[in-house]
Design a protein around this ligand. Structure first.
Ligand code: G4P
Length: 529
């Protein structure tokens, strides 16, 4: 096989999604330990917002610092190059996570055995389900008392709307946790509760009916296991790789990340079944990773980490071809050729300048303000990757300039923060007033703080009663209906950063009434339709 194809085949680019506290950081760390990318536990910093620290500005800075350090964590394992893309679990940063999900080829969903399916898990899984992203579920904290395995599998099917099939099965739980039976590999792994062990001893049990199993875990537990597995076989479909890859079937593993238990099973199955970089739709055609011409897109931007340099790092996912240092690439939106002399590749907690990167990889490009989230780079072809929509924000405020001497700085700051995707800016049609819309309330503090510290500008906010922003698509721009809509709703109309018309509904009721009154106009909840 050609070496380029080999490089593609060995790559696995994925994200771990979970509700905060389910164990994403701990699991990430154990995966890196397997890859030899870190030496000890505690090396991966949590990107969690500490409770009660939401108005602490140091916390915001700490967050951003960590966010850069953990944006991409790459390591090698059994000849695979694995790229983990960081996805913040905090709901106020959900948009960041949604965007990162456009750059992954698969995900692992972590669920707490006691808490089951939580709110953020539901939202994030829904996005993955809509995009048919292959998902593996890891049920964590089996060393603690939690819900019964069947109950959990049921809950996952019901609440997350998935079709699951267990590939490992717990033997006991909490105080009585004895280990797991690996359905995928047909062996038993006994739980010793020793987190320092990074290699587990597994015992082959090719036939569940052997007495060996009774000797290993006791007759009662062995009988229970036999019974439950038989039941599971009756209820859940057999694992099928093609169905998993299509997003139609989700295998489930059980374990305890903190004890590094069940993680090896997960990882070994993952490298086996998880997809290598996949083809991606663009506005003109589907692009395959093995094409020899480079294409990629920006899914994340990080600015001003160093206050002395106005530096920005644009994170580019490589979709096809090789990305080479010092080669000129076309920035499609600006129709401009750009060269990058020091593209960064990411390893666990370390950045390095690299000469060549392959599909599936992420490169960090130093940027002086050319990039916006969603921008496409190619070797000359004019195509654009879609699929990074803006979602309807949930919080809205007017933003006012609090220092008239600094209005230029304010405008520039707002512009750049919007490019980074911190929030969305809308301009009211009526009076050109600026409205900031965010997914979480925390973003307003982030914006105010960063405007002051990075741009020397001051802003104040004013409340604005908006329930939802919806993107407006008329069937016919010239119709009387659309003209009437624009006249009657003039007070509630704004333009987004791309100049698209947005209707800011002040209540659910008024949105419904408007939808009914103007049936030929579509009201979309995301900017891409
Ligand atoms: P997150 O990134 O998804 O938010 O979760 P994180 O890994 O930070 O884990 C949240 C808490 O759950 C941590 O405890 C962590 O030690 C614990 N945890 C993770 N995996 C397991 C497990 O398998 N079993 C048990 N019993 N606990 C687990 P913490 O007290 O909040 O933080 P820390 O002070 O221990 O770091």
């Amino acid at each position: 096989m050609k070496s380029f194809q080999k490089e593609i085949n060995r790559r696995r680019t994925f994200g771990i999604i979970s509700h905060p506290d389910a164990g994403k950081t701990t699991l990430t760390e154990k995966l890196l330990l397997f890859g030899g990318a870190i030496q000890e536990a505690g090396a991966v910093k949590s990107n969690k917002i500490k409770k009660g620290a939401t108005s602490d500005f140091m916390e915001i800075e700490r967050q951003r610092g960590i966010s850069v350090a953990t944006s991409v964590l790459a390591f090698n394992y059994k000849d695979n190059k694995i790229n983990i893309l960081d996805t913040p679990g905090h709901k106020d940063f959900a948009e960041d996570t949604f965007r990162t999900l456009t750059a992954v080829d698969s995900v692992i969903v972590v669920i707490d055995v006691a808490k089951g399916v939580e709110e953020q898990t539901e939202k994030l899984v829904e996005v993955c389900r809509m995009r048919n992203i292959p998902m593996i579920v890891f049920i964590n904290k089996l060393d603690r008392e939690g819900k019964d395995a069947f109950e959990l599998l049921d809950e996952i099917e019901q609440k997350l709307n998935l079709t699951v099939t267990p590939l490992s099965y717990p033997i006991g739980m909490g105080y009585d946790f004895k280990g797991i039976y690996n359905i995928w590999e047909k062996n038993v792994n006994l739980f010793t509760g020793d987190p320092r062990k990074d290699i587990e001893d597994t015992i082959e049990v090719s036939d569940l009916n052997t007495e060996e199993l009774d000797e290993l875990i006791g007759s009662e537990a062995a009988d229970n296991l036999r019974e439950e597995l038989e039941l599971a076989q009756g209820v859940y479909p057999e694992f099928n790789k093609a169905a998993y890859l299509k997003g139609d079937l989700q295998p489930v593993f059980f374990g305890s990340a903190l004890n590094n238990f069940g993680v090896r099973e997960l990882l070994d199955c993952f490298i086996n079944i998880a997809p290598a970089p996949r083809p991606k739709e663009s506005d003109t055609r589907e692009v395959k990773p093995e094409e020899d011409k480079f294409t990629g897109f920006v899914f994340k931007i990080h600015a001003n980490m160093d206050p002395k340099h106005r530096d920005r790092l644009a994170f580019v996912k490589i979709v096809s071809g090789k990305f080479e240092r010092n080669k000129a690439y076309l920035h499609v939106r600006n129709n401009k050729n750009l060269k990058f002399s020091s593209p960064n590749a990411f390893f666990a907690e370390r950045k390095e300048i690299v000469d060549v990167s392959y599909p599936g990889d992420i490169v960090g490009l130093h940027d002086t303000g050319n990039f916006k989230i969603g921008d496409t780079l190619t070797e000359g072809e004019s195509l654009n990757y879609r699929g990074i929509p803006s979602f309807s924000p949930e919080h809205f405020r007017y933003i006012n300039n609090a220092d008239p001497m600094k209005s230029k700085q304010l405008d520039k700051g707002i512009d750049q923060l919007m490019d980074e995707g911190v929030a969305q800016l809308f301009k009211l049609e009526m009076n050109n007033r600026k409205v900031i819309g965010t997914v979480g309330a925390l973003q307003f503090e982030v914006i105010q703080y960063r405007l002051e510290h990075e741009y020397g500008a001051k802003c104040t906010y004013e409340n604005l009663n908006v329930y939802k922003a919806t993107w407006v698509e008329p069937e016919d721009e010239k119709s009387e209906e659309f003209k009437d809509f624009k006249r009657v709703k003039a007070k509630f109309l704004a333009k987004d950063k791309r100049g698209q018309l947005v209707f800011l509904a002040d209540s659910q009721f008024s949105l419904q009434m408007t939808q009914q009154k103007y049936p030929s106009i579509k009201f979309h909840f995301t900017s891409e339709f």
